[in-house]
Design a protein around this ligand. Structure first.
Ligand code: SAH
Length: 307
């Protein structure tokens, strides 16, 4: 018997160890180079706000195929040679090295060297394990996994009351990550899908071969994710946002930059414009996807968080 978050951590480690996830799902930086460029431009403005220190790190958590960082460095050339990647999968590290050869790799935040740090993370927190609790009677039970099925045990933490059978997820790993980032004084930009308010809901899902699958059925063959509880993260560390992805990207200039690139590369114009639509359409990624910045208390409003 294994607690659900331990099961999810183990399953995802095996899943990402296999390497390329692009046959299962498409992420924003793989849709259009403009996404990574805008995040690079954002990081450059933050670096300026920090006083443009010569010694600093541009970090990324869960860099996937390295596409986002390769695009970001075009808009933030001062960060070349200063890239720190947090990634455990050997196969993905190899893919990242092809696109950002001089990066340095880490298993977690703890080993990133001291100094000012700006960290980017797209669809990273949703892959981190969550604990799952089910309301039973006057208390809560926690979900474990045994022989491919859920088993419930009495919960050892207190949670607010909820209707019988309600499921509440607690993203302890994600909260720990943003707390550790805040503790070292870093600035982080997290883009992921999830609600802005922490209403209880069961959001764990698995994608296998591009289709929804049973999260317990084939550990390591499906990508298991949970919606990010942004309210819990904003409560764990000083933050700005969350704001909706479409408002954020529009404020950063997604459409003018897309038009500029489309004029320069007419053969790619359709793909670039379709991607910009997909990133901003409320029924696609524009509304469910949110952007949260973790930054020291008192930081002036960061680009894209004006609303
Ligand atoms: N940011 C990329 C990839 C998203 S997929 C993109 O937008 O395309 C999730 C990424 O997080 C993968 O790189 C995966 O290997 C990494 N990841 C998942 N769990 C992790 C963990 N516990 N520690 C470090 N990286 C992790």
């Amino acid at each position: 018997m294994e607690r659900f978050d331990d099961f999810m951590a183990r399953a995802n480690e095996a899943y990402y160890a296999r390497g390329d996830f692009s046959r299962d799902f498409v992420t924003a930086p793989e849709l259009t180079p403009v996404f990574g460029e805008l995040l690079g431009a954002w990081a450059r403005v933050v670096w300026d706000m920090l006083g443009a220190p010569a010694d600093f790190w541009l970090a990324e958590a869960g860099p996937g195929r390295g596409t986002l960082m390769a695009s970001a460095l075009r808009a933030f050339p001062q960060a070349r040679g200063r890239v720190q990647f947090i990634e455990r999968s050997p196969a993905l590290r190899a893919a990242q090295e092809r696109r950002v050869p001089d990066a340095v790799w880490h298993d977690g935040l703890a080993t990133v060297p001291a100094g000012p740090m700006i960290l980017l993370a797209n669809e990273f927190l949703d892959a981190l394990p969550v604990r799952q609790f089910v309301r039973r009677g006057a208390g809560w039970a926690e979900r474990f996994v045994a022989a491919g099925a859920y088993v419930e045990q009495p919960a050892d933490i207190a949670l607010p009351d909820a209707p019988e059978g309600a499921v509440r997820e607690v993203n302890e790993a994600a909260q720990g990550f943003v707390r550790a980032l805040a503790a070292r004084g870093g600035v982080g930009l997290f883009i992921d899908y999830g609600a802005a308010t922490g209403a209880p809901a069961e959001t764990v899902q698995a994608i296998r071969g591009g289709a929804f699958a049973d999260p317990l059925a084939a550990p390591g063959e499906a990508d298991i994710t949970a919606h990010v509880d942004f309210a819990a993260l904003a409560g764990a560390a000083p933050a700005q946002g969350p704001v909706k992805l479409n408002a954020f990207l529009t404020a950063l200039g997604l459409f003018p930059r897309t038009d500029q690139l489309a004029q320069r590369h007419p053969d790619q114009a359709f793909a670039l414009k379709t991607a910009a639509q997909r990133l901003t359409a409320p029924e696609a990624m524009g509304s469910l996807h949110k952007v949260l910045a973790i930054c020291p208390a008192g930081t002036p409003t960061l680009p894209g968080f004006e609303t």
